[in-house]
Design a protein around this ligand. Structure first.
Ligand SMILES: [Cu+2]
Length: 311
């Protein structure tokens, strides 16, 4: 589920409580106002307004009281909001640092080396250990994007030439969907990101495997697919670590077959979707920065088989 109400991370919980508090207080006030309005309508029907010194004193008292109550409520909400926001940014010990670069229309994800694993790069899927503070360094290489995983934390803009920082901490294991939250061009709505929160051991195993180079294929079809990939322009835009493919204008494909989705959440990763995407990315995601690379149907089969094995 992708919803700020389904809070599964520390920041999201803080924000959810703040929202509930503000909505609760405002609902109460609204109900009171409506109630008083009705009371006034019913009571005053047909009566002349009160006059005299007594009535004036009473009116003044009501005005003073209302001003005082309003001031207290507004100050209270401001303070609540201040403390909640402060809680999101106060320095905590960070367990892991990940740099995420937004670009039209996918996410480049680079893990810094830590006690949890070595440095490596991937795309469109972020794995984090549950209960750990993860420092995200958010950047953009083209236009303004916004990193938003509603179940885990609030939004943070990704601005070219500037680094913004956001802390993520998932309280429970799960897969949380994120979405670019700042209109960034034609395929803005197809710029999703999966966050997989897993326990320490699972996370470590995943990170170790991600840091490895791509496996060397032994199957002949897969070997042929690899040759196609290296011969065609694919290798100029994509990196497959351990091979001569070292391009960087597209997502790192070293372990693409192990990701849940391709093209930033557009399609579930299967051999079929890899083939469909490679055959015609411009129909599936019009305007995307991956061109159609002409392939024979045999080459397409082979290259899809190759990508599927990149786990
Ligand atoms: Cu975007």
């Amino acid at each position: 589920m992708q919803s700020a109400w389904d809070a599964q991370g520390h920041s999201a919980e803080v924000l959810k409580h703040l929202m509930l508090g503000i909505i609760g207080v405002c609902t109460l006030i609204w109900l009171l106002v409506v109630l008083m309005l009705f009371a006034a309508l019913v009571k005053r029907r047909g009566q002349a307004p009160l006059q005299g010194e007594h009535a004036e004193r009473k009116t003044r008292l009501v005005v003073y009281l209302s001003v005082a109550v309003t001031t207290i409520i507004v100050a209270g909400l401001t303070l609540a909001s201040f403390f909640a926001t402060r809680d999101l940014v106060v320095g905590r010990d960070m367990d892991l640092t990940v740099r995420i670069k937004g670009q039209q229309w996918w996410w480049q994800v680079t893990y810094e080396g830590s006690s949890f694993g070595p440095r490596f790069q991937t795309a469109n899927e972020l794995h984090i250990p549950v209960g750990r503070n993860v420092r995200l360094e958010l950047e953009s290489i083209d236009v303004i994007h916004s990193f938003w995983v509603p179940s885990l934390a609030g939004k943070q803009d990704m601005i070219p030439g500037r680094m913004n920082v956001l802390t993520l901490r998932a309280e429970r294991p799960g897969v949380y969907r994120g979405q670019c939250a700042e209109f960034c061009g034609l395929q803005h709505s197809h710029m999703a990101l999966m966050v997989v929160a897993q326990d320490d051991d699972q996370y470590r195993r995943w990170a170790q495997a991600q840091a490895l180079d791509a496996a060397v294929p032994d199957d002949t079809e897969v070997q042929a697919g690899r040759a196609v990939f290296m011969r065609k322009p694919c290798a100029a835009c994509h990196t497959v670590r351990g091979t001569e493919a070292q391009g960087s204008s597209g997502p790192d494909l070293t372990h693409v077959g192990g990701r849940r989705t391709i093209a930033a959440g557009l399609l579930e990763t299967t051999r079929g979707s890899l083939a469909a995407w490679t055959a015609d990315p411009q129909t599936l995601k019009p305007g995307t920065n991956m061109p159609i690379v002409p392939l024979t149907s045999e080459e397409l089969q082979q290259v899809s088989a190759y990508m599927e094995t990149l786990k």
